[in-house]
Structures are given as C-alpha cells and as structure tokens.
Design a protein around this ligand. Structure first.
Ligand SMILES: *[C@@H]1O[C@H](CO)[C@@H](O)[C@H](O)[C@H]1NC(C)=O
Ligand SMILES: *[C@@H]1O[C@H](CO)[C@@H](O)[C@H](O)[C@H]1NC(C)=O
Length: 141
C-alpha cells in the first residue's frame, strides 16, 4: 500500500470511530424518575426500586416526599428495566417504572395515593398518565 492509501485508510477508520462515539453520547438518554407520595395521612409508605444492575434501596417516603433517581439509558448497553415495590402497612403493589421502550420520556413522574400508583404506562404509550396498579390489600394478623 502506498503511503497516501495508508493515510486514507487511517483517516477513514478514525472518522468511523469518532462517529460511533458521538452517536453513543448523543443517543444515550438521561432519565429522571420521581415517585411522589400523595397520600395525605401519615401512613408510612415504603418504596423500593431496582434494576438488574442497580438496587436503589428501600426508603420511607413521607407525605409529599419524592423517591427520585436519575440514570443514563445507553444505547449500546443491555436493556434497562426498573421495577418498584411499594408497601403500606396494609397494602402492597409493584409496577415497572421504566423499560427501554420508554425512550421518549425524559422525566417520568409517578404519584402514589390511597387508590394506587399513577403515571405513564411503560407498556402502552397512549396512556401518559393513568392508574397503573391499585393497592393489593393485605390482611393484618
Ligand atoms: C422530580 O424530583 C426532583 C427532585 O425532587 C424535582 O426537582 C423535580 O421538580 C421533580 N419533577 C417532577 C416532574 O416531579
Ligand atoms: C388518586 O389520584 C387520582 C388521579 O389524580 C384520582 O383520580 C383519585 O381520585 C385519587 N384517589 C384518592 C383516594 O384520592
């Protein structure tokens, strides 16, 4: 190969690498998720969210308090799914707070009240804010 051809090949490879890196940065999406406790009474609400890679921990969220996290959904990483378990003294519910399909959203705002959890439906994007799951009442001993 002539020197000029070698330079051309090197330049082309460099451009391809730079393009891929730029695309990864541009396409990776910052996500903000808020779960707000709209239960007016002082009932303790426990929220625990996790993905396969990330356990965000169980927290007691007071009335009007927010369980909040942010992450980057990187295009070339494996699909991210966050699910959450919520507990009241006499109720339980679980929902999927994020799946990769939710790429259109930047801020996902969920509200919890006495009825259940409200927010965007990760499995039906026509429903941008709706009841996702009602509380499952548990029998107290
Ligand atoms: C989400 O929570 C953050 C931090 O608590 C807050 O700054 C932001 O305004 C909230 N956004 C929404 C849409 O609730
Ligand atoms: C919970 O919030 C939803 C949506 O804002 C509302 O329609 C529903 O009446 C609320 N439930 C209670 C018990 O306040």
């Amino acid at each position: 190969m002539s020197r000029r051809k070698q330079q051309l090949v090197t330049t082309t490879i460099l451009i391809i690498i730079i393009t891929i890196v730029l695309m990864a940065v541009v396409i990776s999406d910052a996500k903000i998720i808020n779960i707000t406790n709209k239960i007016s009474s002082k009932k303790a609400l426990i929220v625990h969210c996790e993905s396969l890679d990330d356990d965000l921990g169980a927290l007691a969220v007071s009335s009007d308090g927010v369980y909040h996290w942010e992450f980057e959904d990187e295009t070339f990483s494996r699909p991210v799914v966050f699910w959450c378990n919520l507990a009241l003294e006499d109720g339980r519910l679980s929902f999927v707070a994020y799946t990769e399909g939710g790429a259109g959203y930047v801020v996902l705002g969920y509200d919890v009240n006495e009825t259940g959890i409200y927010g965007p439906d990760m499995f039906d994007f026509q429903r941008t804010y709706d009841l996702l799951h009602p509380w499952k009442r548990i029998q107290l001993p």
